[in-house]
Write a protein that binds this ligand. Structure first.
Ligand code: GRF
Length: 197
């Protein structure tokens, strides 16, 4: 059983999919802890409801980036993390954590990278850009995390068509629904296959 630590900044519906996937035995792992940079994140409530320890670590508490990084590492070590999964986490990962967990940090992005990634490409911005560009397809990317936003090696992608009458809102909803299935599918492969790590 792999210990998965999930980082989430907001609603945490992807986190919920991972919690459920683990509990239903679809993923050979458990969510060992949840880390958020937002004290009001519903993701932390979800963790509490599931009986999982949640932590808020942010720059208000730790304005010094190195201390922030060290505190994050402390939580990861305490929970013996094997895998870190960023599920809607909007802060960059510090160099200490990146080094210690190299190749074991994954992110889910609501578009087909390398397009529609990078700084500013999050939330509705992504879906707006996809529609404005007239893309026929969009989807979900799970990739490894490096020091730059959305730039690490792609692990797996899933594709869906952009419909003629899609708005950013309808597209976002369909992509998120796909994410909930895809995150479980890919994490279950990652947990079983050491080659991913
Ligand atoms: C998802 O679209 C994910 O791809 C992105 O942030 C969103 C998180 O949604 N990185 P939620 O907070 O899990 O509901």
């Amino acid at each position: 059983m792999k210990n998965i630590v999930v980082f989430a900044s907001h609603n945490g519906s992807d986190l919920q999919a991972v919690i459920d996937g683990c509990r239903e035995g679809k993923i050979a792992g458990r969510v060992a802890a949840v880390i958020s940079n937002n004290n009001d994140a519903y993701a932390l409530k979800r963790a509490g409801i599931a009986g999982i320890d949640g932590f808020c670590l942010n720059s208000a508490l730790y304005p010094d980036e190195t201390l922030f990084d060290r505190k994050t590492l402390e939580v990861l070590e305490k929970y013996d993390a094997d895998i870190i999964f960023l599920a809607g986490y909007l802060k960059k990962i510090g160099p200490l954590v990146l080094q210690k967990y190299e190749n074991r940090i994954f992110n889910i992005h609501p578009a087909l990278l390398p397009k529609y990634g990078g700084r500013g490409m999050y939330g509705m911005n992504v879906h707006k850009a996809v529609i404005e560009a007239g893309e026929e397809f969009t989807g979900v990317t799970i990739h490894k995390v490096t020091a730059d936003y959305d730039a690490g090696g792609i692990v797996k992608q899933a594709k869906i068509p952009v419909l003629k009458d899609d708005t950013p809102g309808t597209l976002a909803a369909r992509v998120l629904e796909l994410e909930h299935r895809f995150i479980v599918e890919v994490l279950s492969e990652i947990c079983l296959n050491e080659n991913y790590l």
